[in-house]
Design a protein around this ligand. Sequence first.
Ligand code: SF4
Length: 383
Amino acid sequence: MIDIPKAAYIHIPFCVSKCWYCDFNSYSGMDSFFDSYACALMSEIRQVRKNDQSSLQTVYFGGGTPTVLPAEKLEAILGELRCSIGIDEDAEVTLEANPGTIDANGASRLRHAGFNRISLGVQSFDDAYLRTMGRIHSRDQAAAAYNTVREEGFCNVGVDLIFALPGQGLGHWSDTLDAALQLKPPPEHLSLYELSIEEGTRFAELLAAGRLEPVDEDLRLRMYELTISKLSEAGYEHYEVSNFARPGFRSCHNMVYWMNGPYYGFGAGATSYINGKRSRRVSDPRKYINAINTGCEAIEFSESLDCRERLGETIIQGLRMLEGVDLARTQRRLGLDPMAEFAAEIESLQRRGLVELANSRLRVTHSGLLLLNDVSQEFVTCA
Ligand code: SF4
């Protein structure tokens, strides 16, 4: 069976400044490359037309901060996708935006261009923490951006927040969740990530210098438990480890990743996953632009997964979803029986009370959710 991607991710690797916790492929001070980058992206997208005519059901512009590009450039890139690959009428078309980089004119133009979902990087409602994280916006600007996109017609808005910030207590995180729920109308989607301090970030430097104290494990766990109970009470479905949605508003695009489905990736550092082959484009935007403009291979890494590796990844990704992974469907898709390939691992996890199997669905229990890394490790097949 050929995996035809119905999903496309477009990476915009530019930001106003670099946040202190961020290890994403994003760069500040590159405004002079905006035009050439947008042209290279469109050129890369145009090349797909020759091989494939299927149209997209989900499109996701992420970054970086896509909204640092002028709205007309984002509109042009989306137009190129529509023209070259095709986008279904009812496709989910998401744009990541950060407060301080989107105004009413831009939001209106982007809504009319076909973007129908916004994922807003709020991260905190506390000005002191926003400064500590190196964010460019204030609490008031976050609220203003939220209201703006609502007023300009976005009916599907997600908000991203981070917890376990240095020095943060349970009460403070509870207040943050309340602030998100008090937005009017409340967000359709909430992505709530635990801070992890990654190498090469300013936070990692501060940690090494003894100037940052991470939140301890027990408090992290209590924050996560509080998140689940509070949002469940507020009517959100906890459908993935870090993601909560009002009924009917799960992220269709991210579901493709969690079901280990195929997707195109366009832009610097973007990954495509097609027919078990994963390939990542060069991360540096300048090198990406040069490669595309000179007709060179813009790929910096690729690997082909065999069926067992794909199976292992499908289970690992699927267990991130609270409803788990459908083993019968997975067997049909990959031609391998998960129960035969991972019999000992599944049995051991069941015995330890970390996963459960019902109607061919394998899913984590609450204990398994809290130990997801350990559970996932059982299905790792690559070295
Ligand atoms: S806005 Fe997002 S991508 Fe950009 S530096 Fe901050 S966290 Fe990283």
